[in-house]
Structure formats: structure tokens, C-alpha cells
Design a protein around this ligand. Structure first.
Ligand code: KG4
Ligand code: ZN
Length: 347
């Protein structure tokens, strides 16, 4: 397999990731997570994350080069997450990428983290016919994207009006006394009856179809779970954690799958790609497998290890951008914490 040899750096949240790809071939994907440092706070502490990136960056870079068995001189380009994400955390990656590009005399591409979550699937499943729809579900974002060209033409057709899906998992985990990050622990704890409790499905009522057909809302669901648990505890009614976790998870996944398949119908596309940390969720995967065939939609989801934040996703997007013949970013670009998904590459 051939294609540009690209090193990608990711540092937007709590994972320091360095990936190396040759076109669509994955050569290295090294991730150093600072998640244990945040557990006792129940969420990512930006300053703690930035310091951890600073410590992990050089060793992670070295490990990626060793694993791929390449010398920096062989690289065609360096790519880095320019946003969105935590400002201080992003700044560490951007500074590291600039230092590498300058020292190795390579073109540098500042790229969009969210587009990276979509592009990473190229490594697992190859090219996807465009346009396709992407459901992006992470700790900070929940969006439906119409992807005309992964290297430069992405339109957001819907997003969350309050909490992201992953954020809801993390907050509900806290309510249930489970650890951070909540997604994997609730996924594991959801062994009970998903129909035990009818939790609300945000923005799915008929009245929401006009304005919010493709938008999401998870804050009402989070509050409903908190109230339900509070009431059960106040009344000293014993309950099964497995039922609450499964019912919450069913509400999240039902909404995600219903809205994603509905958007495919609206936009007349028959391929759906799912990306971001929540795409690792077992129920989301099984529910899509159950319902997508009836809607005539083919679903693609990267392997779970590529769904959560990593450097390979930025390297994969970098390779697509280089292949599309786009120019590098200007040497003085900075990190942009709220970079919109429509800006795949910063100028
Ligand atoms: O994409 P990601 O690694 O970082 C962001 O860009 O936010 O996503 C992290 C989010 C967290 O909220 C975490 O709880 C959630 O993804 N997550 C999951 C699972 N694994 C990670 N949510 C549900 N089920 C999972 N198995
Ligand atoms: Zn992410």
C-alpha cells in the first residue's frame, strides 16, 4: 500500500496520542492517557491534562517512531489537532508539532479533531462513497455531519443543544456512584432490563421535529436519572443498578440511532459512519446492527481502540488532506478551542 507518510499528534483532551500512517495503512498508534489523574475529580481538569501532555509528548513521539520503524527524515508531513478542545492541552500538541516540523523540515497541517474521528475509519475500512453521514459522539460533541469530502467539505446538520452523549454518560456515572470516565463503566454495568425504566428521549417528540429534527438533547435525561435515583433512595426502595444503567443506555442509544437513520433518509444517503469515544459503546453498535438494514443503511464503525482519542486519527486525516493536494497551514497558526467542524484544516 502507498500514500503519504504522515505523523499525527493529538492532545485536545486527556490523551497524548502520536500516530503514523502511510496513506491508509496504520504503522503506529501510541497513546499515553492521563485519565487516572482526573478520576478523583470526576472529570478532566484542564491544567492537569496540559502538564501531563507536556511530560508524555516526547516519550510518546519516540515510541511511535520506534514502533513504525521509521526515521523522521522519511516523513512527508506532520499533522496536529488544532482544535476543538482544551486550550492549554491543544497548545502543547501544536507547539510539539511545530518543533518537529521545523527541526525535520516538514510541511505542517493543523487539523480538526472532529474530522479526525471520521477519517480514522479509512484505516479500518478504506474509502467510503461520498456523500455519507457521520454520527460523531464523544465526551465534548454530539453531531450529525454530512460529509461530501473528508479532506475539506463537511457540513454539520445537527448537534446537541446541551450536553454531549459522552458527557451524559460521565455525569450519570457520578450519580450512580461509578467511576470516571462513565462510558465504559456504564456499558459494563448495563446488564439489567433496558425497559425497566422509561427514561425520556430528548427532542424526539412531534413538536420538536420542525426545529430540532437533527439536534440532540441529553441534559433532561441526565436529570431524569438523577431524580429517579434520588426518589428511590429517599423512599429506601431497593433497585438494580444494572436496570438503571441499561435503561439510561437504551435511552441514549435509541435517540442516537433513530436520529442518525432518520438523517440518512432525509439526505438520501445510504452509508453511516460512527465515530468518537461513545462509538465504542456495545449497545450503540448492536442497536445500529439491528435497525440499519431495515433503513437500507450500511454502517461503518472503527474498532473501539480507534474510536477514543488517538494520534492515528489525525495522521489519517493528514494523509487524506495531503493526498487531496491541500497546502500546509501557515507556520504561525494557533490552537482554536472552538474550531468548527467545517474547518477541516486551519489555513
Ligand atoms: O472521543 P473521546 O475519546 O474524547 C472526546 O473527544 O471527548 O470520547 C470520550 C467519551 C467519554 O465521555 C467516555 O465516557 C465516552 O467517550 N466513552 C463511552 C465508551 N467509551 C468511551 N461511552 C459509552 N460507551 C463506551 N463504551
Ligand atoms: Zn475526541
Amino acid at each position: 500500500m502507498s500514500g503519504p507518510l504522515v505523523l499525527g499528534i493529538e492532545s485536545s483532551c486527556d490523551e497524548t496520542g502520536v500516530g503514523i500512517v502511510r496513506g491508509r495503512e496504520l504503522l503506529a498508534n501510541e497513546v499515553a492517557s492521563s485519565v487516572e489523574l482526573h478520576v478523583r475529580f470526576g472529570g478532566v481538569v484542564p491544567e492537569v491534562a496540559s502538564r501531563a501532555h507536556l511530560e508524555a509528548m516526547v516519550p510518546t513521539l519516540q515510541r511511535a517512531l520506534d514502533t513504525a520503524g521509521i526515521e523522521p527524515a522519511e516523513l512527508d508531513a506532520v499533522a496536529v489537532t488544532a482544535g476543538p478542545g482544551l486550550m492549554g492541552a491543544l497548545a502543547v500538541g501544536v507547539a510539539a508539532a511545530k518543533a518537529c516540523a521545523y527541526a525535520w523540515d516538514k510541511p505542517l497541517y493543523g487539523l480538526n479533531h472532529l474530522a479526525g474521528h471520521v477519517a480514522v475509519d479509512l484505516l479500518d475500512h478504506g474509502e467510503l462513497p461520498t456523500p455519507f453521514l457521520a454520527l460523531l459522539v464523544s465526551g465534548g460533541h454530539t453531531s450529525l455531519l454530512l460529509v461530501n469530502d473528508i479532506a475539506g467539505d463537511i457540513v454539520e446538520i445537527g448537534t446537541t443543544i446541551d450536553d454531549a452523549a459522552g458527557e451524559a454518560y460521565d455525569k450519570v456515572a457520578r450519580v450512580l456512584g461509578l467511576s470516571y470516565p462513565g462510558g465504559p463503566v456504564i456499558d459494563k454495568a448495563a446488564t439489567g432490563d433496558p425497559r425497566a425504566i422509561a427514561f425520556p428521549r430528548g427532542l424526539t417528540a412531534r413538536k420538536d421535529q420542525a426545529k430540532h429534527r437533527h439536534n440532540f438533547s441529553f441534559s433532561g435525561l441526565k436529570t431524569a436519572v438523577a431524580r429517579w435515583v434520588e426518589t428511590a433512595e429517599a423512599e429506601q426502595t431497593p433497585y438494580e443498578l444494572g436496570d438503571v444503567a441499561a435503561s439510561f443506555q437504551e435511552a441514549v442509544c435509541d435517540v442516537l440511532v433513530t436520529k442518525a437513520l432518520d438523517a440518512c433518509t432525509t439526505y438520501g444517503v445510504d452509508h453511516l459512519l460512527v465515530g468518537g469515544g461513545v462509538a465504542a459503546n456495545s449497545r450503540l453498535r448492536s442497536l445500529l446492527a439491528e435497525r440499519a438494514p431495515a433503513a437500507g443503511v450500511t454502517v461503518r464503525i472503527p474498532r473501539p481502540g480507534l474510536c477514543t482519542d488517538n494520534g492515528a486519527m489525525i495522521a489519517a486525516l493528514g494523509a487524506a488532506v495531503v493526498t487531496a493536494g491541500q497546502p500546509p497551514s501557515s507556520p504561525d497558526f494557533g490552537a482554536t478551542s472552538s474550531l468548527p467542524v467545517s474547518r477541516v484544516r486551519v489555513g
